[in-house]
Unconditional design. Structure first.
Length: 87
């Protein structure tokens, strides 16, 4: 038994989309692109701002160390270590 061209209208689906686009251009309605930024992406952008602030702080500390103006408070370091290991 041989079945010939059942359901085949010889229409290329890509050609149909081009035809729709062509008719939209002719009628004056051009499709427009739309973008939405998720809340997660916005949070990531805020995190990059914090990274820039942190980098500026690191640069300031680096300059202080190189110029010899940076002082270390041993009591604050000891207190921080104690709090870290007790928690």
């Amino acid at each position: 038994m041989k079945i010939n061209n059942i359901g085949n209208q010889n229409i290329n689906p890509y050609q149909r989309s081009l035809n729709k686009l062509g008719s939209a251009v002719k009628s004056g309605k051009t499709p427009s692109d739309k973008i939405e930024i998720s809340s997660t992406a916005k949070e990531m952008q805020e995190a990059s701002k914090m990274t820039k602030e942190r980098q500026a702080k690191v640069e300031a500390l680096k300059d202080q160390v190189q110029s010899g103006n940076y002082t270390i408070d041993p009591k604050a370091i000891a207190k921080g270590l104690k709090n870290f290991y007790q928690s």
